[in-house]
Design a protein around this ligand. Structure first.
Ligand SMILES: Cc1cc2nc3c(=O)[nH]c(=O)nc-3n(C[C@H](O)[C@H](O)[C@H](O)COP(=O)(O)OP(=O)(O)OC[C@H]3O[C@@H](n4cnc5c(N)ncnc54)[C@H](O)[C@@H]3O)c2cc1C
Length: 497
């Protein structure tokens, strides 16, 4: 028996923001993490002097102003902070038909770069991105807390009526519909698709306008900033803050079951049989893992079934973690790249190639004279199942060769300059991140009404909440931090804190 207010299953950024927010409000919080370190998809691993980010490395939410800088605020809430390094260019795109474009941190420079490729669409470009700013200004003017809490909604409405009405207007809209109001050029619309796809993993027509407004504006406002010491530092610092605020975390504590009594969640059981009880349970695992595995003793609630009709699992990734000689990177290389040779393949496995080179911002992540390159591309787990050990290794090596060949075009000499290479597959993501099929997260099955279909934190099971990328507003570190703020706020109200 434990004298605990809240148990959080998982220490991804969503789980840790929930935990730290609640601990800061005086709740007794216990985080149970199945792995050795915190962070989940925002974790890290070390090999031969290199410190690799597991996944995320283009980080929003570290701005200093407004209210959307949720990572800065989450750290501040538990009296910790992180040094961050501003990235002057969000992405360098290498796209079909010679569309080679940098998204500069300075908004006007970005518009100039894009307009240079599409001079007859200059007005439409400005009007589309300006509309994204309108969404952002609405979000950035108010405290971002639980939309399931009526008193908060009333307060925020009276304080910021215009911003609230603005958000209500944009909530059911998708970025593609807004883009087509202003832009006619098919190539430019493809570019807008890619602008969305590279973080939402769906084209613009299926990307909620609220999320697009956040990303397309915040990159020029708070900017993209890389944490000194690597992305893993965010979770490490949140844990430091959690413990300072009186919370606890246990590693290698895999929850296998959420315990129900009278249909309410009252505790959890670990793989080693240990039982912990608390007044409220929060799952930072994906919804598929939460309802399909941790609650396998009972039928999936109707609300979840309905949700699964609207959303399905996105693919996972094939990841190449490389250590390379510094001379491989031409002068002026940017940290983040997107590579695509054929528009038809944008959403196909091994179509869009994402590249991060964090050592261009923080050289201490690699031995002197070397850089890290993380290249990843969507892959489905089905293509990696049922292989013998040898077949699996061979398939990894073949896939790695194809990716390195593609990268040679922008980094000539890459193959010869390789010092270290480790390949992760959807199976690796499933195993180390505990995410069903290694999925990146939920994506709409078909075109939906913006963000209206994404569930908030409460679930159909009393006492059980979900947090992280299977909840509103979706994937990305700043988005899951939002979900963490909202979840903690709702629980604090429920517990009377
Ligand atoms: C390759 C890749 C690149 C990405 N790039 C970016 C990027 O550049 N920028 C960005 O903002 N986002 C990026 N993302 C997305 C971002 O990393 C995720 O959306 C976010 O980290 C998800 O956080 P989360 O809190 O929802 O869950 P997760 O990170 O999945 O964390 C969940 C945690 O729960 C633990 N857990 C699960 N089940 C159990 C259990 N039964 N018992 C105990 N513990 C459990 C897991 O071990 C894990 O630590 C990327 C993701 C990937 C995979």
């Amino acid at each position: 028996m434990q004298d605990t207010d809240v148990i959080v299953i998982g220490s991804g950024i969503g789980g840790l923001v929930t935990a730290t927010q609640l601990a800061a409000k005086g709740a007794k919080v216990l985080v149970l993490e199945r792995y050795l370190i915190p962070g989940g998809s925002a974790g890290y691993f070390e090999r031969q002097g290199y410190r690799f980010d597991v996944g995320a490395s283009m980080i929003f939410g570290f701005g200093q102003n407004g209210t959307t800088n949720l990572l800065t605020r989450a750290l501040q809430a538990v009296n910790v902070s992180l040094d961050v390094i501003p990235d002057p260019v969000q992405i360098h795109y290498h796209l079909p038909n010679g569309l080679d474009l940098k998204v500069e941190r300075v908004y006007e420079k970005f518009l100039q770069n894009l307009t240079a490729y599409f001079p007859n669409q200059s007005q439409g470009i400005r009007r589309f991105y300006d509309e994204c700013w309108r969404v952002f200004h609405c979000l950035n003017s108010m405290d971002l807390l639980s939309l399931e809490e009526p008193r908060y909604l009333m307060r925020v409405f009276f304080q910021h009526p215009l911003a609230c009405l603005g958000l209500v207007k944009y909530l059911p809209q998708n970025a593609g519909d807004v883009a087509r109001r202003y832009i006619q050029d098919p190539q430019l619309l493809k570019f807008i698709d890619m602008e969305c796809y590279c973080w939402s993993v769906v084209p613009a027509d299926m990307t909620p306008m609220i999320n697009a407004g956040m990303v397309f504006s915040d990159r020029h406002y708070g900017g993209v900033n890389y944490p000194k010491g690597g992305v893993g530092q965010i979770a490490q610092k949140l844990v430091e803050g959690l413990v300072k605020a009186g919370g606890q975390i246990k590693y290698q504590a895999r929850v296998t079951k959420i315990i129900l009594e009278n249909r309410s969640s009252v505790g959890v059981q670990l793989a080693n049989g240990q039982i912990y009880r608390a007044k409220r349970i929060v799952s930072n695992a994906t919804r598929w893992d939460t309802f399909g595995k941790l609650l396998s003793q009972q039928k999936i609630p109707f609300a979840e079934k309905k949700w699964q009709l609207r959303y399905h699992k996105s693919p996972s990734f094939l990841s190449l973690h490389m250590g390379v000689k510094a001379e491989v990177l031409p002068q002026g290389t940017e940290c983040h790249h997107i590579v695509l040779e054929d528009w038809e393949k944008m959403t196909a496995p091994e179509g869009t190639l994402f590249v991060s080179i964090p050592t261009l911002l923080d050289p201490d992540l690699a031995p002197s004279g070397y850089h890290i390159i993380h290249a990843f591309t969507p892959e489905w787990i089905d293509d990696w199942q049922g292989l013998s050990g040898r077949e699996y290794e061979e398939k990894k090596q073949e896939a790695a060769r194809r990716i390195v060949d593609r990268l040679e075009k922008i980094f000539p000499g890459l193959n010869a300059g390789l010092d270290y290479l480790e390949v992760g597959t959807p199976r690796t993501h499933r195993r180390f991140l505990g995410r069903e099929d290694g999925t990146y997260g939920p994506i709409p099955r078909h075109k939906l009404r913006g963000l209206l279909g994404m569930p908030f934190n409460r679930t159909a099971i009393p006492g059980l909440y979900c947090v992280g990328d299977s909840t509103f507003p979706g994937q990305g570190l700043n988005a899951v931090a939002f979900s963490g703020f909202a979840c903690a706020h709702r629980i604090a109200v429920d517990l009377g804190l």
